[in-house]
Design a protein around this ligand. Structure first.
Ligand SMILES: Cc1cc2nc3c(=O)[nH]c(=O)nc-3n(C[C@H](O)[C@H](O)[C@H](O)COP(=O)(O)OP(=O)(O)OC[C@H]3O[C@@H](n4cnc5c(N)ncnc54)[C@H](O)[C@@H]3O)c2cc1C
Length: 400
């Protein structure tokens, strides 16, 4: 029998996390916590300060990167304890400040020197990272990437272009896949490099998105010098380091924690809303809305089980692979269904995007996320690519 109940130790840990949040969460973050990083919305100075204080108390506990060893700023928590931590944060709506997945990749493939140099500042929030993988001609077929890195003494010199680089405008570091051997078969001539965004020769140009934000960019490299010691893993074997990174990214993108809370806020909002003519809640009508909402709750429960599988694999020291793709496909497509359901159930109001208008429900949270959610099934590898991974690595089908 599968028993999802907490063991006594897990129960104690859950209480500890709840107590910590109650005692340390700054008042400014208690409301609208889910919009701390609302797309396209800059936090006020007050909120920024509160986020800083919150980060400092999490850093002290090691709860920014809770799985990492204490010497790198973690808390040595088991995967199950991490899950409880994330779940409790979601339940209490406390903002969960984590580290970029690059940290986990450095933890697996980096040298001791790279771990000491990069992991503690990542935890403290002193370094902000962006991912230089995609190029104008290389997305799904990433191994065809052309950005060139040529050895020059102790350095590599980089020329080329990346695109769709999220947060490059705020980042001070990038991890990039670059071509170091153009003669080798395409997967074998790539290196995974860490580079400072302050290096001379880098230009960042923003790209605008349909939800009104500008989260990603084009990044151009012109004779950019990067020390060769910044290669993670072996030179020309970076494809495999980059793939580990994607496994981590896909496991966490698909994370189910929070879906139920998102649905609870939607349900709460709709229960209070009254139709102007009938005076009844839309959720009281038979059929339609209530059935859609029930479906989303069922799917959220499935997503939770998929996440639990990932946790149990990580607990056994296995990096999830096609399982991460399953979680990513299901979690991101569920995210899209949740926001589609939300705007549908709000009727014409669901289409409003002006956050300041009194007519717009919940400061345009649902309409903005509905637009943003289109990208869920593209970023981190499209749903088609995830299904290909499941077909080949999971089901053993021949490559297409
Ligand atoms: C919001 C957002 C943020 C992003 N952030 C980053 C980032 O920070 N860093 C970064 O490097 N990249 C980032 N990306 C880029 C993202 O990884 C790519 O968009 C993605 O991998 C798809 O590549 P592409 O856009 O070139 O599409 P293409 O690869 O050209 O694909 C076009 C279509 O063809 C389909 N397709 C392609 N190949 C196959 C196949 N073999 N079988 C079946 N169907 C196929 C795809 O599924 C897709 O529908 C981001 C993208 C988005 C939308």
């Amino acid at each position: 029998m599968v028993d999802f109940a907490d063991t006594p130790d897990q129960g104690r840990f859950r209480t500890e996390v709840r107590d910590f949040i109650e005692q340390n969460l700054p008042g400014e973050l208690e409301t609208r916590s889910d919009s701390v990083f609302m797309f396209g919305e800059e936090p006020s100075d007050e909120r920024r300060e509160a986020i800083k204080r919150w980060r400092a108390s999490l850093v002290e506990r090691g709860w920014i990167a809770p799985a990492w060893p204490k010497e790198y700023g973690g808390a040595d928590l088991t995967p199950m304890e991490q899950f409880i931590l994330s779940e409790t944060f979601a339940e209490t709506r406390a903002p969960r400040l984590g580290v970029h997945d690059v940290g986990s990749t450095i933890m697996v493939h980096g040298s001791d020197e790279q771990k000491r140099e990069h992991l503690p500042p990542l935890v403290r929030g002193d370094t902000v990272w962006c991912q230089g993988y995609s190029e104008p001609g290389s997305g799904s077929d990433l191994a065809s990437l052309q950005t060139r890195a040529v050895r020059d003494g102790d350095d590599f010199v980089i020329n080329g272009q990346k695109i769709w680089t999220s947060n490059a405008h705020n980042a001070n570091w990038m991890f990039a896949l670059v071509r170091t051997d153009p003669e080798a078969p395409k997967h074998r001539g790539i290196t995974y490099l860490l580079l400072s965004m302050k290096s001379p020769g880098i230009t960042v140009r923003p790209l605008h998105q349909m939800h009104g934000g500008s989260e990603f960019n084009e990044v151009f490299f012109e004779d950019v010098h990067v020390p060769a010691r910044n290669a993670v893993g072996e030179i020309n074997r970076g494809w495999y380091v980059g793939a580990t990174h994607l496994d981590f990214e896909r496991s966490s993108i698909g994370s189910a924690v929070g879906n139920e809370q998102t649905l609870d806020s939607l349900r709460g909002f709709l229960v209070d809303e009254r139709d102007q003519q009938s005076g009844r809640s839309r959720l009281a009508e038979p059929g339609g809305a209530r059935l859609d909402l029930a479906d989303r709750y069922i799917e959220a429960a499935v997503a939770r089980t998929l996440s639990q599988r990932i946790i149990s694999m990580q607990a056994r020291g296995i990096v999830p692979n096609y399982e991460a793709s399953m979680t990513k496909v299901f979690g991101t497509e569920l995210g899209q269904r949740i926001y589609r359901t939300a705007v549908k159930l709000m009727g014409a109001y669901g289409a409003l995007t002006d956050r300041e208008s009194a007519w717009t429900p919940m400061r345009a949270r649902w309409s903005t996320l509905h637009l943003r959610s289109v990208a869920f099934t593209i970023e981190g590898g499209t749903s088609e690519i995830q299904r290909n991974v499941i077909a080949t690595r999971g089901l053993g089908l021949p490559r297409g």
